[in-house]
Design a protein around this ligand. Structure first.
Ligand code: DGY
Length: 321
């Protein structure tokens, strides 16, 4: 029997996922869950046939060029793959996979949470209660705005965007969207398609950013495009921080042009801009879109299904390079 493949696992994974890994592969786990700098990652990968990685590891062209020849694949524990230079991976013949589908429900839940939190001033309210500064009630106290019946613009109508749209319909929201390709009518479910981002923005009382981070979407939501949103709009982002120009966002929030923002992702997380922490009309979460037990298990099993395919000589289901 041939020797089992060796997998370098970069972060601590759910128990059931690590159990299956240990059953089927020779594994290097990371029980302390330390973040490996590139040099350590490269050193550890000397004994690996594949790497099971997260978005916290960066495989740029330089790192990929230094990966030992025996490393055949990077199986990501993530749907986003902006941390991997896919061109460089293709050029090196490295297989790259991700974990689509399984995050949609959890991430859409966080999109709804961010919309509610931003619209109803949840952070401000919680701060008041926790600090003991809450000392009165009046009709003018902590007044926010309602989600119910408003227009929701979805930028990027992939799997997560579609679930967010379904959940938002429970709030009687009217859905508008922009996507590279228009969805078939059954998936559109009555949502209004806009050919361009510029066409979409004036229709958004709420804007939910769901598009992947690619070279084309860097700073897609910039000052010029923010200015196209209606006065008092609310922006939420559960995709990637670099899709939004954070400086322009802070200016729009500070001026009140944007009523509020709800963010789960940031450009340079976890070191987010101090000015972003300082503006109060925000509801901020620490990149927890997929952080449910159910989803994290499903992500791990999906990454393992991809590895199983690769090492049995089959095409992995979620190959992106
Ligand atoms: C994803 O899967 O892309 C999430 O953001 C976690 O990495």
């Amino acid at each position: 029997m041939s020797e089992r493949a060796a997998i370098l696992v970069t972060r601590k994974l759910p128990e059931a996922v690590e159990a299956r890994l240990k059953r089927d592969y020779r594994v290097h786990l990371n029980p302390e869950d330390v973040l490996y700098p590139a040099r350590k990652l490269l050193a550890l990968s000397r004994n690996a046939d594949a790497i099971l990685a997260c978005h916290t590891e960066h495989f740029d062209a330089e790192v990929i060029a230094q990966l030992p020849e025996r490393v055949r694949a990077i199986a990501n524990f993530s749907v986003g793959v902006d941390h991997v230079d896919l061109e460089a991976a293709r050029a090196r013949g490295l297989i790259v996979t991700n974990t689509p589908d399984v995050l949609a429900d959890a991430t859409a839940e966080v999109a709804i949470l961010l919309m509610l939190g931003a619209a109803r001033r949840a952070s401000e309210g919680e701060r008041l209660v926790r600090s003991g500064e809450w000392n009165s009630w009046s009709p003018a106290f902590m007044v926010g705005t309602q989600m119910t019946g408003k227009r929701l613009g979805i930028l990027g109508m992939g799997r997560v965007g579609q679930v967010t749209a379904r959940r938002a319909r429970g709030f009687d929201m009217r859905i508008h969207y922009h996507n590279r390709q228009r969805l078939p009518a059954e998936l559109e479910a009555g949502a209004t398609f806009h050919e361009s981002v510029e066409d979409l923005l004036p229709h958004c009382d709420f804007l939910a950013v769901h598009c992947p981070s690619t070279p084309e979407t860097q700073d897609l939501i910039n000052a010029k495009r923010l200015a196209l949103l209606p006065d008092g709009a609310i922006l939420v982002n559960v995709a990637r921080g670099n899709v939004v120009d954070e400086h322009a966002l802070i200016t729009a929030l500070a001026s009140g042009r944007l009523r509020a923002a709800g963010l789960d992702v940031y450009k340079n997380e976890p070191d987010i801009l101090p000015a972003l922490r300082a503006v109060t009309n925000t509801f901020l979460l620490p990149h927890i879109g997929s952080a449910t037990r159910e989803t994290r298990d499903a992500m791990g099993f999906r990454a393992l299904d991809n590895l199983d395919a690769i090492f049995s000589g089959a095409e992995p289901g979620d190959r992106v390079a």
